[in-house]
Write a protein that binds this ligand. Structure first.
Ligand code: ATP
Ligand code: MG
Ligand code: MG
Ligand code: MG
Length: 469
């Protein structure tokens, strides 16, 4: 059985052997890119190379990229703990061609790696292509010998990638692994494709066109390749398990959390241990890359992740702050591949400990309020926005924490009501400030703040140039 660390090296070495430069992961906070909250794909650090603004001394690259998908267009936060395949933090393995090889070579490299080096059974594999991409379908037939019924044509934007409203774009082709008929879920393109039987392991993007204006699309003179494979997902396949949270790395983290709480990861407690293990990684890597918990922008996403995990620690009956005690296990598992974790260990521990110490003071009281407010409610009911806002404002409950807490009872939250209460509070704050004699300056300040939502992040609305593959 190969562990996560071996699988990562096999991937990097395979592409190195095939003429690719091994490039280190970019940071989770993208450099000079205020449009993007966190790095969420391998191509982010190469955006300017793809558009031609920047050149590098190599035309082929391979990376293992740290990614966070917990905000903006790609937000997998709500999936964590409940699907077999989603994390907030994960590693994306990718190979890139900057105007060098194109579809045929990309498909051949991918197929060789997964069937020869990794030894996957070709009968378990199927692929999707964009419905008009006969070229890619032809390569899959010829190179992989896949029958027509396992080359699925998808007409939606799922199989057409674009950097933004303008810029490079093109069809993509995704590789799926069939985990077997015991697991619910249908093949891609079918009505129950969101199940976990057929799991997408690798996405190959063929950057073929440039969208010059919303109306005009031209062929790129030198098409490029951008791919992304989830390390945890391929590890699950290679380790013969269905759930990402059963791979070696997560077993070790969940074991640490079992030891620290004295509660086995079984039955209803399993989801809590998964959330804790996942959020431990996301929080630690974000802190290592310089993000600190705060009430806005990136720092607030970190705070939401941390507090969500902390409620699950409370559910497991933890009497003391838990998260910081799990940091050594994470450093043991991932510190060699990511030295910033070892270097940042003290800061990570302190930050987690301080946040949890503070939050525990209001967490229990907030949960008490929540249980009183929802007493007598049942599946299909909805918590009012005022209470959700009070939990936020007085007890420090991010909205998604409240939603997560009610999820098992199938109770929703009135999000519009929550937003309205928030707006009202802001308006009241403005009104009382206006009396202080500096109304003009403050009005401007509030206007700016409302518009940007944060000082260091330009808000979801401007998130157009996302590097998502
Ligand atoms: P899914 O449809 O399963 O949500 P995706 O199509 O959103 O995946 P891509 O944007 O194509 O994912 O990213 C490339 C690869 O990264 C995916 O094929 C998958 O292996 C991996 N990946 C994407 N999101 C996650 C996540 N939240 N956790 C773990 N791996 C992920
Ligand atoms: Mg997704
Ligand atoms: Mg997908
Ligand atoms: Mg995909």
């Amino acid at each position: 059985m190969s562990g996560v660390n071996d699988i990562r090296s096999t991937f990097l070495d395979f592409f190195k052997k095939n003429g690719h430069e091994i490039v280190a992961s970019g940071p989770l906070v993208p450099r000079n890119d205020p449009t993007l909250m966190f790095t969420n794909a391998g191509m982010v650090q190469f955006k300017n190379v793809f558009t031609g603004l920047e050149t590098r001394p190599y035309k082929r690259a391979v990376t293992a990229q740290k990614c966070v998908r917990a905000g903006g267009k790609h937000n997998d936060l709500d999936n964590v703990g409940y699907t077999a395949r989603h994390h907030t933090f994960f590693e994306m393995l990718g190979n890139f061609s900057f105007g060098d090889y194109f579809k045929d070579v990309a498909i051949e490299l991918a197929w060789t790696l997964i069937t020869r080096e990794f030894g996957l059974d070709p009968k378990r594999l199927l692929v999707t292509v964009y419905h008009t991409d006969d070229e890619a379908a032809g390569h899959w037939r010829k190179i992989a010998g896949l029958p027509e019924d396992r080359i699925i044509r998808i007409p939606t934007s799922d199989n057409f990638w674009a950097m933004g409203d303008t810029g490079p774009c093109g069809p993509c082709s995704e590789i799926f692994y069939d985990h077997g008929e015991d697991i619910p879920g249908g093949p891609p393109g079918s009505p129950d494709e969101d199940g976990d039987r057929f799991i997408e392991i690798w996405n190959l993007v063929f950057m073929q066109f440039e969208q010059v204006t919303p109306e005009e699309r031209v062929d790129l003179p030198r098409p490029s390749i951008d791919t992304g494979m989830g390390l945890e997902r391929i590890a699950a396949v290679l380790q013969g398990v269905h759930d990402n949270y059963e791979i070696d790395l997560f077993k070790a983290l969940i074991h640490a959390s079992e030891e620290a709480t004295g509660v086995k990861a079984e039955g209803p407690h399993r989801a809590s241990h998964k959330v804790i293990a996942d959020h431990l990684r996301a929080a630690s890597f974000l802190i290592a890359d310089g993000v600190l918990p705060s009430n806005e922008g990136r720092g607030y996403v970190l705070r939401r992740i941390m507090r969500r995990a902390m409620r699950h620690a409370q559910l497991l009956g933890a009497q003391e702050p838990l998260m910081w005690r799990l940091v050594p296990a994470l450093v043991r598992e991932m510190g060699q591949a990511y030295p910033e974790l070892s270097r940042g260990e003290a800061l990570i521990s302190e930050t987690l400990k301080l946040e949890e110490t503070r939050f525990r003071k209001t967490l229990a009281r907030g949960l008490q309020l929540l249980s009183e407010a929802t007493a007598g409610m049942g599946a299909g009911d909805r918590l009012d926005g005022e209470t959700a806002f009070r939990l936020y404002d007085t007890y420090g409950f991010p909205l998604d924490l409240t939603q997560d807490a009610l999820r098992q009872r199938d109770i929703a939250v009135d999000v519009e009501g929550f937003n309205a209460a928030m707006e009202r509070q802001k308006a009241e704050a403005r009104a009382s400030w206006a009396g202080s004699g500096e109304a003009a300056t403050e009005a401007v300040w509030f206007a700016v703040k409302d518009k940007t939502g944060a000082t260091d992040f330009l808000g979801y609305e401007t998130e157009v140039a996302e590097g998502v593959i």
